[in-house]
Design a protein around this ligand. Sequence first.
Ligand SMILES: [Zn+2]
Length: 243
Amino acid sequence: MWTTFRSRSLWTRGGEREGTMLENVNYNLMETITIISRSLHRYENYARDASESDCRSCREIWRKIAEQREMELEMLLSELHSHINTRKLALKKGQGRLFDKLDQARALFPELEGRTIKVGVSERSDGLASTDEWAIWFRSRNVSFYVIGHELTHLLQGGRGVPEGERSCDLFTLARDQLFCDAAPGYLDLPSTVVTHNGWVRIGRRYMLHHIAKEALEERDKGRRNYIKWFEQEVKRFASKMY
Ligand SMILES: [Zn+2]
């Protein structure tokens, strides 16, 4: 499913997976992460129901609750990562972690199922994609989910379901899953109440971005041409009410 460029042996997927005996502490974290992730999906549906019934205040209640749960989720995830990292980093300088992230991201792209994608190193930019050879490149192994999602979304452009252009690539990435809302999208204009100066999406704002991005795609389906602008305005409008 993943292959690497031969000239860059550092990026081959080496080593075997570690034993899978789960300690209780990790199991507890993972179970709670699953429960909260499921409830986030539920709130998303509730918010959509509220939108359909034209109840703005109801929709905002569900978003607020979702944001609180999202903060709990971030807390649990970073704890879990710290458990995993200390072992993995010692194992192979972050390489295992990159491929774990790629696997996690790819599971959210059923369109790419069965397709082998080359992964390589780019010195030129944070991320690159080529639809000609089904290849993606990253500058660093410690890449954000946003960058991974953005490059995988590029593979779906060119008549493969996603319209051309960097801005639509960003929006479709955010709309795909909340996972990809960790770092600030490079081509969308978002207020500083949502993104930090060093390029991350603030905790508690990720769910909102994902949800509004999905709404923007629904607007596009209904025929709205300026759905990307609509997204930026809607994020600004919503963010201005939060502080
Ligand atoms: Zn791009």
